[in-house]
Write a protein that binds this ligand. Structure first.
Ligand code: ATR
Length: 264
């Protein structure tokens, strides 16, 4: 049986094993896809052990995506552009890193007819999640990309760490946007949303990278603040998983029915 895993900390609530098992069923295969809880000190050893024991592919999640990029033998362009990886693949005795988060987000945008081209885009947050989507967004020819973060001095640090062909600007009070993407953990924590409500226009669309069965806190806040539509990141989770599955198995899964199968 082909062996896969997702590694992170925490990891118990990960939907990746279920999603990948559904993809494998569709392909007519049976796979072994496990959750691996790791720590900063053991991460490199945990990866080595998995691949030494016939592991084929691994997904990497918070907080190890930057480490995964650094410890790989080879890196695909998708991970080089953001110096971070969510997918590892062992081939010819080498571990190669990829990042499918950015393209996963764009594929979900396509599924929901959310346009990037010629749109004014705001990315909220300057952490790892923002880093992995900014370059792919910039490649879709937006009108402009701005970034807003609670801690302003973290913005130059993230901008130094990514390669784009579009200038990323810093948000200024009074600006509004066609598409607002939340990459912060605000939906997951018990704290009030402090971002300005006038970032929304009548036809603004909001997208929260986090997801839950009910609408996320950021989705609800966006609707209250005037967004026309507010999405959460379940679709992105499924699409990034499909891209990883394709890298490992050379098979493109159909993602249409996955949300329903997951009970969402
Ligand atoms: P990740 O890898 O998930 O992006 P991270 O690197 O810790 O996680 O980044 C978390 C992001 O959420 C940061 O942009 C953080 O803002 P700061 O740089 O100001 O810390 C943002 N964030 C977390 N809690 C927040 C809150 N209560 N209000 C606003 N932003 C918050």
């Amino acid at each position: 049986m082909k062996k896969f895993a997702v590694i992170g900390n925490p990891i118990e609530h990960s939907l990746s094993p279920t999603i990948h098992t559904l993809f494998a069923q569709e392909q007519g295969e049976v796979i072994d896809y496990k959750k691996l809880l790791s720590t900063k000190n053991t991460f490199q050893e945990d990866i080595k052990l998995f691949f030494d024991n016939e592991g084929i592919g691994m997904n990497v999640t918070i907080p190890f995506k930057d480490n995964a990029y650094l410890i790989s033998d080879e890196n695909d362009k998708s991970s080089i552009l953001c110096k971070s990886a969510n997918t590892l693949f062992k081939k010819d005795n080498k571990i190669k890193s990829y990042n499918t988060d950015g393209d996963g987000l764009l594929n979900d945008f396509d599924k929901n007819s959310i346009d990037v081209e010629n749109k004014k885009i705001l990315v909220i947050g300057a952490g790892g999640a923002a880093k992995s989507i900014l370059t792919t967004l910039c490649n879709r020819k937006p009108n402009s990309v701005h970034i807003l973060n609670r801690t302003k001095n973290k913005i130059p640090i993230i901008l130094d760490n990514i390669k784009t062909n579009t200038t990323i600007n810093i948000y200024e009070e009074g600006m509004n946007f066609d598409l607002i993407i939340n990459t912060t953990s605000i939906s997951m924590i018990n704290s009030e949303i402090i971002f300005p409500k006038n970032i929304f226009m009548n036809d603004s669309i909001s997208y929260d990278l986090f997801y839950s069965k009910q609408k996320t806190k950021f989705q609800l806040w966006s609707e209250e603040s005037g967004a026309k539509e507010a999405y959460n990141g379940l679709g992105m989770l499924i699409e990034q998983a499909a891209l990883s599955y394709e890298i490992w198995n050379n098979y493109k899964p159909d993602t249409t029915h996955i949300k329903k199968s997951l009970g969402f």
